[in-house]
Design a binder for this molecule. Sequence first.
Ligand SMILES: C[S@@+](CC[C@H](N)C(=O)[O-])C[C@H]1O[C@@H](n2cnc3c(N)ncnc32)[C@H](O)[C@@H]1O
Length: 246
Amino acid sequence: MRIDVVTIFPELFAPFVTTSLIGRARDAGLLEIEVHDLRNSTVDRHRVVDDEPYGGGGGMVMIAPPWIRAAREHGAGARRILMSPQGTPLTDAKVRELAREDALLLLCGRYEGVDERVRRLVADEEISVGDYVLSGGELPAMVLVEAISRYVPGVVGLPSSVEQDSFRRGLLDHPHYTRPAVVEGLEVPEVLRSGDHAAIEAWRRREAVRATLEKRPDLLARADLTRDERTELASLRACKVGQGTE
Ligand SMILES: C[S@@+](CC[C@H](N)C(=O)[O-])C[C@H]1O[C@@H](n2cnc3c(N)ncnc32)[C@H](O)[C@@H]1O
């Protein structure tokens, strides 16, 4: 997969694209990521990218022409995404959908945002990383790239760990433990040291359902549960009702 990013702060991406899973995926040719300086798509001597807003007030607005040039230059054939707090909230389903694309172009705004005509002329869609406002689209673009990369075959060494990740089927992941066996009096559940794989599987299934029920019960309405998971859920709910907590 190829991802092009347009920003006025390309230097923010340097460690991100060369480190850990993303760095290795690029080295292995699984991911191609190119970061472009929006100022290289300006045509004036001062490489201006912003101007005062029509109507007055507020801060500076990013002017449209450099974005339009950059999108046409780097986004041919790509799905073009404007990072924006007004966009579709990013979810696991959206990430998986985008991971199936061959090429993406991510546009990172700054200041008060970009001239509305950028959205209308060159963006296929807007994506938000949450209902809060950041100062720029660079961190949202990195969030998107990292989430997508986990679904690009070969990027995460163990595909099963992506399968079990939170949200994959509408459930949260089960708790994880590693050495030491006891931390400040808290022991690793005995079953995880039993070597009984069927029992471990059953424990993990139950704990994933329990974590979702306790932390994100809203997910359960849309979760794609197996028969065993539905049974666990019914029994955990019955327990809660029995304890008077539901
Ligand atoms: C300070 S914000 C502009 C916010 C804009 N005035 C508004 O309220 O909708 C500058 C840039 O940061 C990025 N940005 C900020 N928050 C974001 C979010 N939650 N998701 C995605 N991008 C975001 C966008 O690219 C935006 O153009």
